[in-house]
Ligand binder design. Sequence first.
Ligand code: C2G
Length: 131
Amino acid sequence: MTKRVITFGTFDVFHVGHINILERAKEQGGYLIVGVSSDELNFAKKSRYPIYAQKDRIKILESLKFVDEVFVEESLELKPEYIQKYRADVLVMGDDWAGKFDGMKNLCDVLYLPRTPSISTTEIIEVVKSL
Ligand code: C2G
């Protein structure tokens, strides 16, 4: 039976680590919904805007074969509302978030998958800066 899987992220400077988690998230249920954090949420969190604008991050995600639905995550605190609104059966996050969303276990299954080693948006930005 198909399960509805939800995951969240910025997905800035899209890379293979993002592909890997989305591919594995999709495998957990068959229908994948992605909450993309808004430009304003990123600014509030990191005091800088993402390199790729929100509409472009959305366009990249919508074009992927693993992704069935994309919406904008406006606030980190709205996870329970998003889980309910999108009727998610499983929440998947990378294990850099391990334990952080255990509070959602009364709403759906919560699964942390291993991150892809040796690649991150922050590292890519640092490398490009140093060139
Ligand atoms: N990821 C991964 N391997 C990497 C890099 C990222 O598996 N090498 C995963 C992260 O664990 C996360 C997803 O890719 O599950 C998106 O990563 P980010 O864009 O860095 O997302 P983040 O800024 O952590 O935003 O509500 C939560 C936030 O929106 C998460």
